[in-house]
Design a protein around this ligand. Structure first.
Ligand code: 13P
Length: 251
């Protein structure tokens, strides 16, 4: 059985003061909770604060981006080993905002995946189609292209300690969630892609849904056979809402 995961992506939100409230409330709200793994992916400057507040709790943490390089003259970049210095478990790879706003290619995302994976982080690679791609019927082709880029660089074995997040771009921050059936269809397609390379890796692979996940829609999404949890943006900034999303996982 795959263990579900609920991960928050704070994006570029937070302050020392606000984080203290939010992290404190998560520790309290999720004390004793064991139905799923839980994590928050915070802005890098807050990793020290996050580690100090979450150590010993059942909430793990991670970052939102990583360099493909181990070290060197790469001003502004952050390496996988730096994230490990702060006990990060996860790192988001190829989020659609990085692809769309910072020109991150499939290949660049794949290279970051490899750097994270080889360092011992759990890469959470994000894939998803835009609205026009969905409307022109190329959703599966886009997702296959995004995933094959990672498979060809990292190899399928690397997916035994990785997560895929399906985040349709049209559902991110829009309040327009994919229906559970729409999401399930793409999740099954993703698992099928991995199965073509390795059936055991495919069965064990955690595939998250992201895009306007809320407490009100989480249970129906998480109830789908191939949806193994969520990657939560806006709602992860509200402690009660994020805790309620975690508790929507059936144990
Ligand atoms: P929202 O939950 O705000 O739609 O964001 C989803 C997302 O991009 C998570 O990575």
């Amino acid at each position: 059985m795959r263990r579900k995961l609920v991960a928050g992506n704070w994006k570029m939100h937070g302050s020392l003061e606000a984080n203290q409230q939010l992290l404190g409330a998560l520790v309290e709200g999720l004390r004793g909770y064991d139905a799923a793994d839980v994590a928050v992916c915070v802005p890098a400057p807050y990793l020290a604060q996050t580690r100090s507040m979450l150590s010993g709790s059942n909430v793990a943490w991670g970052a939102q981006n990583v360099s493909k390089h181990a070290s060197g003259a790469y001003t502004g970049e952050i390496s996988a080993s730096m994230l490990l210095d702060f006990d990060c478990r996860y790192v988001l790879i190829g989020h659609s905002e990085r692809r769309a706003l910072y020109g991150e290619s499939d290949h660049a995302a794949a290279a970051k995946f490899v750097a994270a994976s080889q360092a011992g982080l759990v890469p959470v690679v994000c894939v998803g189609e835009t609205l026009s791609e969905r409307e022109t019927g190329v959703t599966e082709a886009v997702i296959a292209r995004q995933i094959e880029a990672v498979l060809s660089l990292a190899g399928v074995a690397a997916f035994s300690n990785a997560v895929i997040a399906y985040e349709p771009v049209w559902a991110i921050g829009t309040g327009r969630t994919a229906t559970p059936e729409q999401a399930q269809q793409v999740h099954a397609f993703i698992r099928g892609l991995i199965r073509q390379h390795d059936a055991a890796v495919a069965e064990g692979l955690v595939i998250l849904y992201g895009g306007s996940v809320k407490a009100a829609n989480a249970a129906s999404l998480f109830g789908q056979p191939d949806i193994d949890g969520g990657l939560v943006g806006g709602a992860s900034l509200v402690a009660d809402e994020f805790v309620a999303i975690c508790k929507a996982v059936k144990s």
